[in-house]
Ligand binder design. Sequence first.
Ligand SMILES: [Zn+2]
Length: 365
Amino acid sequence: MSEKALPEHARQVNRSLILRTLFRCEAMSRADLARATGLTRVSVSRIVDDLGAEGLVRETGPSPEGRVGKPSTLIALNPDAYHVVSLDLSAYAELTGAIMNLDGDVVHTMTVPTRGARGTALLDKVCDLAAALVKRSTVRVLGVGIGSPGVVGADGVVREAVAFHWHDLDVAAAVSAIVPVPVHIANDANAAALAARTYGQPSAEDLALVRIGQGIGSGVIVGGMLVTGPRYTAGEIGHVLVEPGGEVCRCGRRGCLEVVAAVPYVRQRLADDPSSASEVLSRAGRALGEVMSPVVAALGLEQVVVSGPLDIVGGVFLDEMRAAIDLHSLAIVTDDLEVRVAVRGDDIVLLGGTALVIAEELGIR
Ligand SMILES: [Zn+2]
């Protein structure tokens, strides 16, 4: 690192620290910000002035505390300083995009049917949707965040998305070529996990988010950071064996978690015998709990968040999952564990795209 790069790097770190602190609270005075971040008053004032000039923070008025002397001015993050364009590619039949503000509030959504497009034809649709939303935004766009099925590298390359016929396809580069802002992409379950970390109520630094859909995937966050593994396959729990000798899975083996708990299999069983609903959902929730229990124990997670159709993952599914985790773990591991259904499960991948962009571009995580 050159001598000049050091102060610039420190400035970026301190700027992110201030943004992150303001993101987590309503409003703070400069003195409170200095106390919360450990930075000097002078540093805080200089960074806040810069952020104010950029429009990222604004003064919201005097502190309400009745102190003697001049009241301090409160500073707050301006959630509409930038907007983010977020894409969810995980629905297969359609691509969904949204313009969101920094708080994750939806400003506008757009949906495009895929009409069976695969390969580069599908990539063209993704590019068009991103470009249309960036163009439509009336507020400057901080970046484009994409949640895609499959194995996605940190370099923006989709290594493998079988259903899309994507192999080593540089999706981020293709979208970057037609929009004038940074583009970031993550696996859809990983994006959803980032959403749970950044926008969760309560938020957590150590959590797993499980997506129950056409398949099953999860995103794991430890110490606030996404765990990807060297091959970007961390969280791929769908084909963990849960019922030896069970039903044949699309991977060619038998008894995977997916054949017990993924949406198409569960829906089929519910349609075949509606009176078995409780048993079908119990079995699915229990299997997921058995798969997640060693993950929770090994990593000391504080939350397991499940996202999927509420008629499947709510109720008995969630109860049985919790019971299975408890049964397979020491009480001290699970006493404080929160097992819950994701808030905003329907647009959690979109929210994840926004979380990805504000983490990469502003250091808010
Ligand atoms: Zn399988």
